[in-house]
Structures are given as structure tokens and as C-alpha cells.
Write a protein that binds this ligand. Structure first.
Ligand SMILES: [Mg+2]
Length: 129
């Protein structure tokens, strides 16, 4: 795969296969979803708009999604009896937060999978309580 103009080098290294391929990096309900593949999906679909918007407004969208996730978590908290719609909304808001995190990473040239090596390879010490 050739690297697209404006595409960060680390995204250019990600190999995308047709969505019908079972082990595809392309987000798909039938293939394996990887963080890199999803970040690349967000890049390909939204980078032009996201980069033109810039980090500060994009960060506000991200925080808005955090707020929506907070509401969804409250609606699904222990002791509550969420409707099927509220349960579905919880999953939707987790997805929205992750998608906007990918957007922020893309426009700031951050490879999220590489960044996660902090947890997987280097190890993180301490426990939040
Ligand atoms: Mg949302």
C-alpha cells in the first residue's frame, strides 16, 4: 500500500485488506477489529474535516462525548433498570468517545497502538484507587 499524501508514516504502515478477509485490519463486524485499523478507518473517513477543524474544537467535541458517556453510565448504574435503548446508548457512547479519541490522535500525529505500548510493553506501575 502506498502512503497517501498527508498520511502519517505510521498509518501508512498499516495494511488494510478487503472487508471480507477474516483477519482484516479494516473495521468490520466479520473481521478482527484492531486499534490501528479503527484509527486508520477514522483517518480515511474524517481526516480532511478533522484537520481543518483543528485540535481545540475537536477536543470540545471529545469532551461533549465524555459528557454523553457520563449520562449513559448514570442511566446504567447499579440499582438502575435501564431500558434496552439506554443500554444501547451506553455502548454507543463508548464508541463515540473512542472514535473522537482516534480523531484527536490522528490530527496530532499520535499512533494510539504504539502509545498503548506504555501498558503492554513497558508496563505501568501503580494502581488508581
Ligand atoms: Mg455520543
Amino acid at each position: 500500500m502506498s502512503v497517501r499524501a498527508g498520511c502519517p508514516a505510521w498509518l501508512g504502515r498499516i495494511t488494510l485488506r478487503p472487508m471480507s478477509t477474516p483477519d482484516s485490519n479494516t473495521p468490520s463486524r466479520t473481521g478482527t477489529l484492531t486499534i490501528s485499523g479503527f484509527q486508520r478507518f477514522i483517518f480515511d473517513k474524517y481526516y480532511a474535516t478533522d484537520s481543518a477543524r483543528g485540535t481545540p474544537p475537536t477536543f470540545m467535541w471529545f469532551i461533549e462525548e465524555i459528557g454523553e458517556l457520563s449520562t449513559a453510565l448514570a442511566n446504567n448504574a447499579p440499582g438502575k433498570q435501564p431500558t434496552a435503548e439506554q443500554r444501547g446508548n451506553l455502548e454507543e457512547e463508548f464508541a463515540d468517545v473512542f472514535a473522537w479519541l482516534c480523531t484527536l490522535a490522528n490530527i496530532n500525529n499520535v499512533d494510539l497502538a504504539a502509545a498503548l505500548d506504555k501498558y503492554l510493553v513497558k508496563g505501568v506501575e501503580g494502581v488508581k484507587s
